[in-house]
Every structure is written in structure tokens, then in C-alpha cells.
Write a protein that binds this ligand. Structure first.
Ligand code: F3S
Length: 389
């Protein structure tokens, strides 16, 4: 892999031990994946921020790093809301360790925006090269924005943030971004908006890490977010296209003639309906991925004049919560909690429940393993109904 003079100096340790280690990580990755060069990135999003997922060895590794990031970088959700962790029932020992993780990242110059939806806070544009690591953020950046990032691990995203570059392979290269499998959805465009998480959940299981092209749906931005997050969780999808909707499918004419030669998978209506099974639950959790301003507004509307009868958690980026403070106040008037910085999966705060209702295909895939709870899928309306009935 070609390295310029500055890269070589960094690798040789002229800019300190941490930068040399980070460059070593990138060079090793580049060799494994056959990259010919490093490409400059405009931002990084770093997972491995919750103490629940990185534990004491991850914290130890972070504490030993001594450098500053070269590009704007944010964190994935951490294990608790920074200012309301007691209220969420977080153990003080966990909170102390989580604080130490935050301090270690702050020392590296990383912004303490802890979210899987950094695109609501910082402008990210078509064609930009990124090093993002949370899978729903990656698939949104690639598919909905048309930016370019591989599914980075926490350490490789951090290495890229410190070096300011990432190895150019995989989805950084245009020819690797073409669709590989066509997906038809029974009932096509006639779907309820909240069914896109279920569609993604089913599609991800079939396609693994291939790049799908949807031919007959017209999701809005929030539905695209739900669709991609679910495919990234039940499969390993990092990029998808929707004919006539997502930017690369609109730009590249070639996509249109392509579908006849591709394998076609049909997502059947009965399979979608089967995921929306009825079940009693202990709690309801929404905001996976973190809620958009529109999703918060819809919740405020649905909760108007109601009181929650079971724990109801809603997660969103701190910047979104702050800019939508009136909407958030209206939601919390019902007794629901809107928390920043964390989520139902990476926080230990929901581990005490045996069953959790969600409106997200990604949460449906992750809650059983990460929280040890059964997960029930519902539409947003159904979730509000269950939380307030
Ligand atoms: Fe985001 Fe947590 Fe879901 S990181 S995508 S809210 S599992």
C-alpha cells in the first residue's frame, strides 16, 4: 500500500507512539483487504463507547493512548445518559467506569456526542469518505447520503480519526457499490411506514453482506433509516439502494437494466405479519436508531393527554433532544423518558426487564442477546398503546 512521506514518518514513530500504533492498524487492514492507498476522511464515528461492551480491558487500552484526532469524531451511544444515569437505575460502579471511558475519549479530542445518528448533528455529504463504525450509521451514510465508509470496528475507526485517513478498499471504491441482489416486497409501496424495520430484518437474514436493490418501495428518510439498520443487524448489510429514491440509484442509470440478471428475493407479507406477534411486555423502548425530530414529534402527538402505565424509554441524540426541547417536554409530560447518549441495547439500564416492546427491526435482532429479554415488535402506535393502556 502506498504511503506518502508523512504517513511513513508517522509509521516510524516520528509523531509519537500512539500515532505509530494507529498507522500500524491501518496499514495492516490495508494489506488484508488489498488497499492501494490511504484516502483522507472528513469524519469518524467510533463504537466501543459503552463500558457494557468494552469492559475493563477496552478502558485500559484507551487510557494508554496519547494523541488527538485529526478530523471531527463522535462516539457511539454509551451505557447511560450522562446527566440522568441515577434516574435510569444505573449502578454507581458502572457509572464510574463509564465516566472513565468518556474521559479517555475526551482526552483524544473526540466530541461527546454519543449517538448512532451523527448525520442529524453534523452535515455529511454525498461522496465524502468517512470511517464510521456503528452499523446503522454506516448503512445510512452509504445508502441514504451516498457517502463512503466501510463497516469499521471501534479500533480502526479510532485509528482513522487519529491519522485522518483510512485504507481505500471496499465501499470507498465506486465499482464495489453496485447492487448484487434485487428485492421485491409483496404489496410494494402499499406498506405501513413502521413495517420497514420488519422488511429489513427479514431481508438481512437472506442477503448477508450483499448489496440489495429494492425495486418497488418508496420509503421516506425515517423508513430508510429503519430498513437499513435492521438489514445491518440481522445480516451485515453496509449499503443498499432503492430504485428512484436513494442517491446512487438515481444517479446511476445502469441500475435500472440490471435487475433481470440478478437473483431476486421476495419478502412476503405473511412473513412481515408474523413478526408483529402479540405478547405481554414489561417495558417499551423506542429510538433504535436514535429518533429523528419527526419521530419525536409523532410520539408527542400520539402521547397527547395520555399517561404511561409501564416504563417507556425513548432514545435520541443529545443535540436533537436539545433542539426539540418543547417536543421532548410534551413527551415526558406523559411519564415517558427521553434519554440522550445511550440506548436500550448498550445500556445495562434495561437488563432488568424480561420482555421489551420495540418498533425497530434492529432492536428486535439485538435485544434478546444484549439485554437477555424477549423482544416484541410493534408499530409506533401499538407501542404507545401498550405503554399507556
Ligand atoms: Fe443505535 Fe443502539 Fe440501536 S446504537 S442503532 S439505538 S442498538
Amino acid at each position: 500500500m502506498y504511503l506518502d512521506n508523512e504517513d511513513e514518518k508517522m509509521l516510524a514513530g516520528e509523531y509519537g507512539e500512539t500515532r505509530a500504533k494507529m498507522m500500524e492498524i491501518l496499514v495492516a487492514l490495508g494489506k488484508v483487504f488489498g488497499a492501494e492507498e490511504l484516502v483522507p476522511i472528513t469524519s469518524a464515528q467510533i463504537s466501543g463507547a459503552s463500558y457494557k461492551t468494552i469492559g475493563k480491558w477496552g478502558l485500559e487500552w484507551l487510557r494508554n493512548l496519547d494523541a488527538s484526532v485529526a478530523v471531527p469524531a463522535v462516539l457511539n451511544p454509551i451505557g447511560m445518559p450522562r446527566d440522568r444515569w441515577q434516574e435510569m437505575g444505573i449502578d454507581p460502579e458502572f457509572a464510574g467506569n463509564q465516566e472513565d471511558v468518556i474521559k479517555a475519549y475526551r482526552k483524544l479530542g473526540i466530541k461527546l456526542e454519543c449517538t448512532c445518528t451523527p448525520y442529524y448533528l453534523n452535515k455529511t455529504s454525498y461522496g465524502e469518505h468517512l470511517a464510521w463504525s456503528e452499523s446503522s450509521a454506516v448503512v445510512y451514510a452509504n445508502s441514504v447520503i451516498g457517502a463512503r465508509t466501510n463497516r469499521e470496528g471501534g479500533p480502526s475507526a479510532l485509528a482513522a480519526a487519529i491519522v485522518g485517513k483510512t485504507p481505500s478498499y471496499g465501499l470507498h471504491i465506486v465499482k464495489n457499490r453496485m447492487p448484487e441482489v434485487a428485492i421485491q416486497v409483496e404489496k410494494g409501496d402499499g406498506r405501513h411506514a413502521d413495517h420497514y424495520g420488519a422488511i429489513g430484518y427479514l431481508a438481512g437474514k437472506e442477503i448477508g453482506n450483499r448489496i440489495p436493490l429494492y425495486t418497488d418501495i418508496r420509503p421516506n428518510r425515517d423508513s430508510l433509516k429503519a430498513l437499513g439498520a435492521a438489514m445491518a443487524a440481522s445480516g451485515a448489510v453496509a449499503l443498499f439502494h432503492v430504485q428512484g429514491i436513494t442517491p446512487e440509484a438515481r444517479i446511476r442509470e445502469t441500475f435500472r437494466g440490471n435487475t433481470s440478471t440478478m437473483e431476486t428475493i421476495t419478502i412476503e407479507q405473511s412473513a412481515i405479519d408474523d413478526l408483529f406477534e402479540s405478547m405481554d411486555v414489561d417495558a417499551v423502548a423506542l429510538g433504535c436508531p436514535h429518533c429523528s425530530p419527526d419521530e419525536l414529534s409523532r410520539l408527542a402527538e400520539l402521547l397527547k393527554g395520555k399517561k404511561v402505565t409501564k416504563p417507556f424509554y425513548i432514545f435520541a441524540a443529545r443535540g436533537v433532544i436539545e433542539s426539540e426541547s418543547r417536543t421532548v417536554a410534551a413527551i415526558e409530560a406523559s411519564g415517558a423518558k427521553v434519554y440522550a447518549d445511550t440506548c436500550m441495547v448498550v445500556s445495562p439500564g434495561l437488563d432488568r426487564f424480561d420482555s421489551i416492546m420495540v418498533n425497530s427491526g434492529k432492536a428486535l435482532a439485538y435485544v434478546p442477546n444484549m439485554c437477555g429479554a424477549e423482544a416484541r415488535l410493534g408499530t409506533t402506535e401499538e407501542c404507545v398503546e401498550v405503554a399507556t393502556s
